[in-house]
Design a protein around this ligand. Structure first.
Ligand code: NDP
Length: 313
């Protein structure tokens, strides 16, 4: 027996909860599948200082709790399961969860986010959140006057490095080869920036740190030159891993159109996917901005698109 809902929202970050606030207020019966990481990526960050409305900053997990509360206030219901399979070939749509349950929905909003790729070098898990981060825009501010490192050679790494020079004393890009994947203009900008140094043909071998009274702190990075085989140790107070993100869209089984990197393609100026009645918002369809506030904005758009589509139907 399947359980039917007017709107199913898959994913519980800023995009999903905002969509839930809007569909709830539009009087549409809504459930939000919270997934494996209820609250999304923000639950693994510390302080969020760039979300409007929180002039003194807010802890990521607390902010997501506030979002959830607001969505539930308007009638959305949270289900603590993950959607693992979908059938969008006919309406109502059918979805299956990891609790072996079957659901149907008149409209579906996908807001499953993305996951920052990790290297899992030695020490990375120990100092994650204690000097190691995957989001320069979120955490750069905390590294005033610090020696920081950025790992990666794409546009994100180059942009993060430039951004971090606003705060850090020095920024060193560690990239595994000589040529950059990022665009020429970004490479030139980084090379012209006197605060940016490069360790090319290099990979992180180990993150080093210390623990005082239970507080962990990154203090250094051990780097291996992949050509010479030589190891060097560097003082490091911050390290930003910028080797790309993976959108969490595998469970869709390829029925929703994505670009070559797996991000859902939405129709221009809308959150419509290739399947009528299925909408996408947030980081699962945005490889460019990836901010809580832009995700929330697109969650609002998906809810409005879904509501209009349902009422036209
Ligand atoms: P990319 O996939 O473009 O680059 C990832 C980088 O990380 C590559 O240099 C890659 O090295 C390196 N890397 C990957 N895996 C490893 C590993 N295991 N060990 C060491 N290094 C590794 O991801 P980005 O996030 O940089 O960019 C994603 C998309 O977003 C791109 O299309 C980009 O252009 C776009 N973007 C645009 C911006 C803008 O226009 N302002 C800003 C940011 C992103 P290698 O090159 O050797 O494969």
């Amino acid at each position: 027996m399947s359980e039917h809902h007017e709107i199913i929202i898959i994913g519980s970050g800023p995009a999903g909860f905002t969509a839930g606030i809007y569909t709830g207020r539009a009087n549409l019966e809504t459930v939000i599948f919270e997934g494996l990481q209820p609250g999304g990526q923000l639950t693994i960050t510390t302080e969020v200082e760039n979300y409007p409305g929180f002039p003194d900053g807010v802890q990521g997990p607390e902010m997501m709790e506030i979002f959830r509360k607001q969505a539930l206030r308007f009638g959305a219901k949270s289900i603590y399961e993950s959607i693992t399979k979908v059938d969008f070939s006919k309406q109502p749509f059918t979805l299956w969860s990891d609790a072996d349950k079957e659901y149907t929905a008149d409209a579906v909003i996908i807001s499953t986010g993305a996951t920052a790729k990790r290297l899992h070098s030695k020490g990375e898990d120990d100092y994650w959140g204690f000097g190691i981060s995957a989001c320069a825009t979120c955490d750069g501010f905390f590294f005033r006057g610090a020696k920081v490192f950025v790992i990666g050679g794409g546009d994100t790494a180059l942009e993060d490095a430039n951004y971090l020079t606003h705060f850090a004393e020095s920024v060193t890009i560690i990239h595994r080869r000589q040529e950059f994947r990022g665009s020429k203009i970004m490479v030139d900008r980084a090379k012209d920036n006197p605060k940016i140094n490069f360790l090319l043909d290099s990979v992180v071998d180990e993150y080093l740190g210390e623990e005082n009274l239970g507080v962990k702190k990154l203090t250094g990075i051990k780097v291996k030159n992949v050509v010479s085989g030589e190891f060097t140790e560097h003082t490091a107070e911050g390290a930003f891993i910028a080797i790309g993100h993976t959108p969490n869209n595998n469970f869709l089984g390829g029925v929703i159109d994505t670009d070559e990197t797996g991000y859902i393609i939405t129709k221009p100026d809308s959150t419509y996917t290739n399947i009528e009645g299925v909408f996408a918002c947030g980081d699962c369809q945005d490889s460019k901005y990836r901010q809580a506030v832009s995700a929330a904005g697109s969650g609002c758009e998906a809810a409005i698109d879904a509501e209009r589509w349902l009422s036209e139907k």
